[in-house]
Design a protein around this ligand. Structure first.
Ligand SMILES: Nc1ncnc2c1ncn2[C@@H]1O[C@H](COP(=O)(O)OP(=O)(O)OP(=O)(O)O)[C@@H](O)[C@H]1O
Length: 576
């Protein structure tokens, strides 16, 4: 809470101005019924037009003053609340950029989306409303009661019964409502999550004819949200008739007793009109207070959720002994006795991994799905830190490089290529800050995608969708390889990203990468690809089972022979 509201600090001055203007509005609201009473007592009862005009003019003047104060207050309230929204969104964005992969696993995209949009908006609206009426409402209640006593203490006694009753009742309602609003927010999260998964996986859903299954899933989440929201608002709304009943009862009592007192000559008509007016204003302020407190209880839930994101402990940092000048020159890799688990309590996904790769050597990594190949790749650019053991590049532990220098030296092409909205050119140039047109074209040529790009409607200027919807799987893969090549990395890591390429294109691509003067690690499922590498690492169940050339593995590893047999047939094994 505190953490989130600290974002209001830069807006101290606008807040003070907004509150000062509310005080002007408050003062006029409290004075108007008082002057109305005087106008009736002195002007209307005595038929004194001069008096009526005088008080009327004063009241019109006050109303204009209140209007003026209200407009300026609204301006400052908007300035503060929108500024707050802008600042906190920016900080949240920065924070999520700092997240490690582990942190990102904790907060799925849908959850972050809800927090960035819904929760920020909730707080923004509450701050706006808070600056408009938060201080005004309780003071209007208090001031209204005091003024009613000043006008006519005996009639005002009714306030002492009704106001505490109403305030206590409202607080009871709100206490329950805040828990209910928290539940609503959780349901919103769930709906967003299902919706995001559905939108992202729409093609798969259609291909698998899972439409009705997904519709049911979404309907269930949506119904849950609707039911919870309905229940919450019904509860809040059910309290309204009780409020109105008590308010109207107090008005009737004022009129009842007032009438008797006027008849007995103990009170004037003006007093009664003024007190009824105060009663109405107090009632309005009480219902205003209800809305504010309700908005606050929702905002409190949102603030806690935003605070959670802002307070996430980023678990991967620049190492203290990182040398700011150290850069990777050769791309030699040494992995020694590495164990890794995604979460401390989990079993190790990688177990005692040890291997070395010489600079500019090409090494293929092959193994069953789930063997830990991608996990191993993610350890080199320190997307995760190892639990045990060491990884060194050019004989220096990877922690001795700054994250920037380490990751700059590595060209990582993930398994699922992701393209950003923009042109083909932008997507390749994304890999290097100051990429020139020549560099982009060269990288595209080497990634064997240049000719395909030239056939597109606007060649390099062709727009690709958020996930490159207008390109084939293989084309997307090659674009994302070009994006890695343009960095001229010292270590190139291809995570099974040539799977969608035909054999001829793949071998042209690998031949084009050779002059790149980089160490090449490549995860593949295809033996034809692996056997062209200098060496093959065979992984199974988080361990390295074999390490050698294709021929050596054929001789030493039963598992490798099985893989080869499944792809080439028994005859190949007999012949080799
Ligand atoms: N983010 C994650 N959190 C927890 N466990 C994970 C995570 N990512 C992968 N794993 C687990 O780690 C193990 C190794 O996964 P990994 O993706 O490294 O395998 P892989 O060999 O690359 O498989 P594939 O060839 O199918 O891509 C699997 O058991 C997987 O369930």
């Amino acid at each position: 809470m505190k953490r989130v509201f600290s974002f209001l600090r830069p807006y101290k001055l606008p807040i003070v101005v907004a509150y000062s203007l509310t005080m002007i509005e408050l003062a006029t609201e409290l004075l108007l019924p008082f002057f109305l009473g005087l106008m009736i007592n002195q002007g209307v009862v005595n038929q004194d037009i001069g008096n009526i005009v005088m008080w009327g003019s004063i009241m019109i003047g006050l109303a204009f003053l209140a209007l003026f104060a209200g407009v300026i207050n609204s301006f400052y309230a908007s300035h503060t609340s929108y500024g707050f929204g802008y600042d906190i969104r920016e900080r949240l964005f920065e924070k999520v950029q700092e997240f490690s992969f582990r942190n990102l696993n904790q907060y799925p995209t849908s959850v972050l989306m809800t927090r960035f949009t819904n929760d920020v908006r909730q707080l923004q609206n509450t701050i706006h409303m808070g600056l408009r009426v938060m201080v005004k409402a309780p003071l209007l209640i208090l001031g209204g009661v005091v003024m009613a006593f000043i006008v006519n203490a005996k009639l005002a006694l009714i306030f002492l019964i009704t106001v505490p009753l109403l305030v206590a009742f409202i607080f009871w309602v709100l206490k329950r409502a805040s828990r209910l609003f928290r539940n609503v927010q959780q349901r919103v999260d769930h709906v967003n999550q299902v919706m995001q998964e559905n939108l992202a996986g729409m093609r798969l859903i259609k291909a698998f004819l899972r439409r009705s299954h997904e519709e049911n899933r979404f309907m269930k989440a949506n119904e849950d949200l609707a039911a919870e929201t309905r229940y919450t608002f019904r509860f809040v709304e059910a309290s309204m008739p009780i409020l109105l009943f008590v308010m109207n009862l107090s008005l009737i009592s004022i009129l009842w007793f007032g009438h008797q007192r006027v008849a007995g000559g103990e009170s004037s008509v003006g007093d009664i009109v003024a007190i009824v007016n105060y009663a109405l204003r107090v009632a309005m302020a009480i219902s205003m207070l209800t809305f504010i407190t309700m908005a606050f209880s929702r905002a409190k839930a949102s603030a806690t959720r935003l605070g959670d994101v802002l307070d996430v402990k980023v678990d991967l940092h620049e190492s203290e002994d990182a040398d700011a000048d150290a850069v990777v020159h050769d791309g030699k890799i040494d992995v020694q006795h590495v164990d890794f688990a995604y979460y401390k309590q989990d079993k190790n996904v990688l177990q005692d991994i040890t291997f070395s790769v010489k600079a500019r050597e090409s090494v293929a990594i092959i193994g069953a799905t789930g063997a830990g190949k991608t996990t191993l790749f993610q350890l080199l650019p320190r997307l995760y830190d190892v639990n045990r053991g060491t990884i060194a590049i050019d004989d220096q532990p990877i922690t001795s490089y700054t994250l920037d220098h380490l990751r700059r030296a590595i060209g990582y092409v993930p398994q699922n290529p992701l393209l950003f909205t923009g042109s083909v050119f932008d997507n390749i140039a994304w890999g290097k800050d100051d990429a020139t047109k020549e560099e982009v074209i060269q990288a595209a040529k080497d990634a064997q995608i240049h000719e395909t790009i030239m056939e597109l409607a606007e060649d390099y200027d062709t727009k690709v969708g958020q996930k490159g919807v207008n390109l084939s799987g293989g084309q997307k893969q090659r674009l994302s390889i070009a994006r890695a090549l343009i960095r001229r990395p010292k270590i190139l890591m291809l995570d099974d990203c040539t799977s969608a390429l035909d054999v001829a294109t793949e071998s042209r691509l690998l031949a084009a990468i050779e002059p790149y003067d980089c160490t090449n690690l490549m995860i593949t499922q295809k033996v034809t690809t692996a056997m062209d590498a200098d060496r093959i690492l065979l992984m199974d169940d988080g361990r390295i089972l074999a390490n050698g050339t294709h021929q050596e593995l054929l001789e030493d590893s039963t598992l490798y022979r099985k893989i080869v047999e499944s792809q080439f047939g028994k005859e190949y094994l007999h012949a080799n």
